[in-house]
Write a protein that binds this ligand. Sequence first.
Ligand code: GDP
Ligand code: MG
Length: 383
Amino acid sequence: METEDLLLISLGGAAASIVRRMAERATTPLRALILDTDDATLQSITPAVGVSTSVFGAKRLSGRGTGGSHSLGAGAFRDDATQILAQVGTPRLAILLTCCGGGTAGAATTLLEALRTKGIATLVFAVAPFSFEGDDRKRAANVLLPIMETRADALTRISLDALVGEEAATLPAAEAFAHAADRLAAGLGLLWTLVAHPGFIAFDAEHFRAFLTHDVEGGLPFCFADVTVSGENRAKTALNALREDPRFRVNGVDRLANAAQLIVGILAGPDLRLCEIGTVMEGLRAHCQSLKETLLGTADEEAREGSLSVVLFAFGHPLTNVSAAKDGEAPRPLPKRQRGAKAAGTKVLGTAKNRFTDVAPTIYGGQNLDEPTYQRRGIRLTR
Ligand SMILES: Nc1nc2c(ncn2[C@@H]2O[C@H](COP(=O)(O)OP(=O)(O)O)[C@@H](O)[C@H]2O)c(=O)[nH]1
Ligand SMILES: [Mg+2]
């Protein structure tokens, strides 16, 4: 796949610093557009191959930022929409990253609308402020996030508190952010590699698009987490870490255990063994009791030799829309999701009961062994 099919867009100073971290550590070239309303932020970003930066809204804000106002961020985007959209071009999938505690994030709603008009699918990582940042930022983010969610194809709300874990309470504020930014940059870097440079089982921008195509208005909420481990039992270790990851706990509900669809990305070196993929997939299926669909993608790079990374997207809580619920409010039922016929679940693999005509199927332990394992277990292989 050409990386031109995929573009990472960041909005605001904090998201810019996360993309900068990604670019510094990228094992595979990044293609990113860093947008901000503040000149100073962009000057601190060393130009990297494939990464462009752009200040917008200068007419209104003189390159000095929004002062935390989402409406100024939105207005700034409208002033310069044509120029920004020309820079975006026409990728098939855009990954948008923004920190909703800042004002530039206010541009996201109009930007997402424009990307949809251009037929660009959007996967949004929206970062909610730390709880120590105070109620005003939290309130502003809580107004912006549901609007973004309706305009994205899929959106995850990233809790900085959950990213940093219990240390958030004791770390100095600047360190807490640096820590969270590093964690997020690592996870997004893995996602980038998985989608832009897939391995023997591809999950590229086109596969993501197909998965995201659905008829229900509004974006799909999802949870995202990643882990990188090494050592003897690395597949088991990765699995255990993901099962415990606080990023899957939303309002006390385990979004991983309740996921209806999973996208699993496995990244490793040439030493990746098939049985390790099996361990991860089997373990997830055992943990996620409501699972209807599992999509798998891999990426392999020499440089990853010895380490195993897993990225996980958990979609579609089957009973409740936890992501839409506010603190203290009961989760609302999730609207029934109908996706385009082509992308629909395991159907892609066909529904034949038996590979052979006029022969009784081989039933063992209640399972039809004539159906390939990946089909029986609901794993959708993409190539
Ligand atoms: N204070 C601070 N907040 C950060 C930093 N990086 C990220 N954040 C988070 O990002 C939010 C601010 O977003 P930012 O993109 O900087 O806003 P903008 O550039 O003013 O539009 C805050 O609410 C924090 O949650 C940082 O270095 N310092
Ligand atoms: Mg700023």
